[in-house]
Design a protein around this ligand. Sequence first.
Ligand SMILES: Nc1nc2c(ncn2[C@@H]2O[C@H](COP(=O)(O)OP(=O)(O)O)[C@@H](O)[C@H]2O)c(=O)[nH]1
Ligand SMILES: [Mg+2]
Length: 359
Amino acid sequence: MSESAKPHHPTPQGKGEKTHGSDFSYVGIDAILEQMRRKAMKQGFELNIMVVGQSGLGKSTLMNTLFKSKVSRKSVQPNPEERIPKTIEIKSISHDIEEKGVRMKLTVIDTPGFGDQINNENCWQPIMKFINDQYEAYLQEEININRKKRIPDSRVHCCIYFIPPTGHCLRPLDVEFMRRLSKVVNIVPVIAKADTLTLEERDYFKQTIREELRANGIDVYPQKEFDEDAEDRLINDKIREMIPFAVVGSDQEYQVNGKRILGRKTKWGTIEVENIAHCEFAYLRDLLIRTHMQNIKDITGSIHYETYRVRRLNESNAHFKTKVNLYVSLLSFELPGLFLERTLTVRTVVERSSHITKM
Ligand SMILES: Nc1nc2c(ncn2[C@@H]2O[C@H](COP(=O)(O)OP(=O)(O)O)[C@@H](O)[C@H]2O)c(=O)[nH]1
Ligand SMILES: [Mg+2]
């Protein structure tokens, strides 16, 4: 039996709840938090992250860094004939991670080969299709008469877009991708392999990118229009001032001052990926996991998926009504005597069934 369905017991104090002794005015509303926590612990959490960018920009390495485990396969150096792939194949890899008793199913959706071709026109299309296909799968489950208690969620919650560390400006491909995709998914842009830029180059590049995003009307995560209150705005403004995060990834551990750290060893020393004096990986991790994970999922459900759902249901209603109107006109042509009666019946059926239309 689920926690919420359990019968009410005469002694309402459960595990972890506070005793309020003779305080008769205490109702116990705060205990809902403990109930929610227990339910969430039982269900676990799901997060679907998509990584997009050219081969070799460190996508797999960064995902491994993020979860300190081999969650995404390293790219294999293709042989010369394979170097320019004809299509991009999108692969999902799921991992169950557990930390302090909290379970999480992390799915990394890798898009190898994005932007690797000579002609990269429309290379955003398969990615857009993949994202919409996941919304469609969710929608079909949702409108099913016998729908599951928990709909499997394969929707992409967040897309990390890897910008090559050129130090100059965004390429038309970057602008095109982010302009189109930011309307359907939460985009978090990052400057890949930031250790290849000097600190001045990094700052200049970050500023240029922010200006270009603004000039092209690209709204990346966290979107200003979805800030819920002044507190949200304050926190998110700080993040918006830092975007894109200049990240360095590594799945190699080193010993620095007696501590084991993830880093990249160079001739001049070790770059510690989690040290904010070295790169901004820690800010990205905090945003995705520690501070904004729930918000990222909420925006996916209530904004991006909702936009898709409304559009699809409107489309299918319009399609269904056109078919019925055609049927009505055929009837009136063939059987004028029965026209009025049939029209009324058909219209009633349309009105009753339009909300459960199968698409
Ligand atoms: N300098 C530097 N190299 C990196 C970084 N991240 C990954 N690499 C290296 O770049 C190569 C390609 O990395 P990989 O994660 O397979 O790239 P992917 O094709 O985008 O998944 C590997 O040799 C990595 O060790 C980084 O932040 N800085
Ligand atoms: Mg890879």
